[in-house]
Structure formats: structure tokens, C-alpha cells
Write a protein that binds this ligand. Structure first.
Ligand SMILES: [Zn+2]
Ligand SMILES: [Zn+2]
Ligand SMILES: [Zn+2]
Length: 377
């Protein structure tokens, strides 16, 4: 059926030609099909091993295995890309493939060494037998000496095979230890969630919670980070702010969320997958917080944008490097108007940006100077 010097392409081609598949749909062959990409190389080195070592043809069951491996009812060849893996399966598949490959290579090297040793042993036994013949011994002595050589060979061979087995075991143990130490359980991996600042109707997504992160400091950190990126500083975080955890399937729109939060906090109503968090708890470890959850913040959290607007003329500090955006009001026909004045005193006027990110060296805003200001105390 196959040439002794088999190569992967030939085997694949030859096997695919043998259209004898029964279309059986047993679990084992399905498993092979799913992991074919992983098993392929090992499978062929196995085949190669079988042919090189003994020159025998595959046993019937193996033959059938090969065919079901490569055929599925009505199809010629199973392509890995046709099988849809979940994202987690794909991660495992890739790692498994790499790791299995590396360890298989290690095992193959050992196997090669074993075979070389066995071959040498057999040659030694053979030459010892040849030498016996030249010594002119009586038949009984000859048989006895031959027996000794055979025994010696058998024992040596068994020892080498035992050594190989124990090496394989050691590799497996080392790998098991490695995996145990390096693959954390899914429940203790960092978790990505959304923070919902309910009073501000603001959502901060992709906040990573490490297993040991505590609710309050982590949430405040995330809110501060997101707000300062929006140039709106967090200015007040009262002690009585509450944190309510919504599981991925309990999330709902802002209006419903607000209703549930009120019910939970004020009337003690319970909802599935909605938990009031202690500000010092570690939600990943204590509440098994799932990825995709939402932590809702309820309380009088204040940002700079919530405070009454103040004209820059009253905020200037000589020792600080302050950055101010200035605007022109075409309706009032003057420039150097600070952002707060632009938003309040010149609301509804025709405005244009003038100079952005300016570093003023005095309390500069022309709005009070031109007696248009309604926010300057
Ligand atoms: Zn101003
Ligand atoms: Zn104006
Ligand atoms: Zn003003």
C-alpha cells in the first residue's frame, strides 16, 4: 500500500484516495477530526515508526482509524478551518499544539536514542554469537554460551526499555507540575467589567479587576482615570457611596438599573445576580464576579463639571502652571474669553475657538473686564 520512505503528503494523498470510509460517526473519530491539526504530525511519525521498524502493514483496526480520521460522510477531507472553535477552545488549542509539539519532540529524541542503543546491543550480541562459532566448542558448550548471550541481550533490552518508560513518566510528571504551577484557575484570572456612574449617566468599559483588587479603591481609580482623560476632575466622593454589582445577565438600561438600585437599597428587594458590594470586598474572589459584569455607583459623586462655573480670572494662581482655552465671542466682539464664561456668560452667542492650551501669566479673561460677566464674584 505505501512506500517505506513515506512522507506526509504521500500518505495524505494515498489515504484520501481510499474511499472506503463507512461514514461511521463515533466519538473517537470525531475527536480525532477536531484535534487533527494537533495530532497530524505525531500521527505521521507514528505511522513512519510502524513502517520503518517492522515494515508491516497497519492492522485492520488502525487502517479503519486512519480512514475515519480523514473522511466524514459526503466529504473528501476535513479541514481544520471548517470546525468552529469557541474563543477559549482556540486559546487552548494553540497552547496545546505548541506544548504537545515540544514535548513530543523531546520524547522522539529519547525514542531515537533508545533505538540506537537497542540496535548496538543487537549488533554486539550478533558478533558475540559469530565469535563463538570460531572457537571450536562442543555443541553442548556452544548452546550454553549462546544461551548466556541471548539472556544477556534480553535483560539488557528490558533494562533499556524500562529506562525509557521511566524517562517518559518523568517528562509527564515535570509537565504536569509545570501546568499546575502556571495555569491559574479561570476564577482567579483578572476580570474585565464596566463601571456605571449612575448619577452622571456615564459608563466606563473595559475596567480590569485583579483578584485582589478591592471595590472602592479600584472603582475610584478607574473613575479618576477616565474623567481626567475627559478633562473633568473627580472632586467629591462621599463616604456613603454604594456599589451595586450586576452580573452579565442582570444588566439592563439606565432607567431600569436606576429602579432596581432604588428598590435594592431602599426597600431591601432582592434580584437575581444583583449584589450590594462592601466597599472593601474583593469582588473577583469574594463574589466570583464574572467578566462582563457591571458595578453601578450610587451616591453624590461630584466632578468639576458639576460645580458652579467660575471665571478663570478668579482661579488664577501664580505658582501653578495652568492651562486655559480661550474663545472669541463674535456677538460681543471681543476675544480672550475663558471656557466657563464662554459656556455661561456667552451662552447662545456666536463663539469661535481662539487659543487652546494657553499658559496665561496673569488672571486673564476679558469677560469681566468688558462687564459681560455673570459668574465672576
Ligand atoms: Zn472668564
Ligand atoms: Zn458674548
Ligand atoms: Zn464671564
Amino acid at each position: 500500500m505505501l512506500d517505506r520512505d513515506i512522507n506526509i503528503c504521500e500518505v495524505e494523498k494515498n489515504l484520501l484516495k481510499q474511499n472506503k470510509s463507512t461514514g461511521e460517526d463515533d466519538t473517537i473519530s470525531e475527536l480525532y477530526i477536531v484535534y487533527w491539526d494537533i495530532l497530524r504530525d505525531d500521527f505521521f511519525s507514528l505511522l513512519q515508526g510502524i513502517f520503518n521498524d517492522t515494515g508491516t502493514i497497519l492492522r485492520n483496526s488502525q487502517h479503519k482509524g486512519v480512514l475515519t480520521l480523514l473522511h466524514k460522510e459526503g466529504e473528501n477531507c476535513i479541514k481544520m478551518e471548517d470546525i468552529k472553535l469557541s474563543p477559549i477552545e482556540a486559546v487552548f488549542k494553540n497552547h496545546l499544539k505548541d506544548n504537545l509539539g515540544a514535548h513530543e519532540k523531546c520524547l522522539q529524541t529519547l525514542k531515537k536514542q533508545l533505538h540506537a542503543r537497542l540496535k548496538k546491543l543487537e549488533q554486539e550480541a550478533q558478533s558475540a554469537r559469530e565469535e563463538l562459532k570460531t572457537q571450536g566448542l562442543f555443541q553442548t558448550d556452544l548452546d550454553q554460551e549462546k544461551g548466556k548471550i541471548d539472556n544477556n541481550f534480553t535483560n539488557h533490552k528490558a533494562e533499556l526499555e524500562k529506562e525509557f518508560e521511566s524517562c517518559s513518566q518523568l517528562i509527564a510528571q515535570a509537565y504536569d507540575k509545570h501546568l499546575t504551577e502556571h495555569i491559574p484557575k479561570l476564577s482567579v484570572l483578572p476580570v474585565k467589567i464596566t463601571i456605571n456612574v449612575l448619577p452622571k449617566d456615564l459608563k466606563i468599559s473595559d475596567v480590569v479587576f485583579a483578584p485582589t483588587d478591592r471595590t472602592k479603591p479600584r472603582v475610584i481609580g478607574a473613575v479618576e482615570g477616565a474623567m481626567s482623560a475627559n478633562k473633568d476632575k473627580l472632586v467629591k466622593w462621599p463616604e456613603d457611596v454604594q456599589f451595586i454589582l450586576f452580573g452579565p445577565f442582570a444588566k439592563c438600561n439606565q432607567h431600569e438599573t436606576e429602579k432596581i438600585v432604588q428598590e435594592v437599597l431602599q426597600n431591601g428587594v432582592t434580584y437575581p445576580d444583583v449584589t450590594v458590594l462592601d466597599s472593601q470586598s474583593m469582588p473577583v474572589l469574594h463574589q466570583s464576579m464574572s467578566p462582563g459584569s457591571e458595578i453601578v455607583i450610587f451616591g453624590e459623586v461630584k466632578f468639576e463639571s458639576d460645580l458652579p462655573k467660575k471665571c478663570f480670572a478668579g482661579l488664577y494662581k501664580k505658582e501653578e502652571d495652568q492651562i486655559v482655552d480661550y474663545f472669541i465671542c463674535q456677538s460681543c466682539n471681543f476675544k480672550w474669553i475663558c471656557r466657563s464664561c464662554m459656556e455661561v456668560c456667552h451662552k447662545g452667542h456666536v463663539i469661535q475657538p481662539y487659543i487652546m492650551n494657553f499658559h496665561p501669566s496673569w488672571a486673564c479673561c476679558y469677560c469681566p473686564k468688558n462687564k459681560k460677566c455673570i459668574i465672576r464674584e
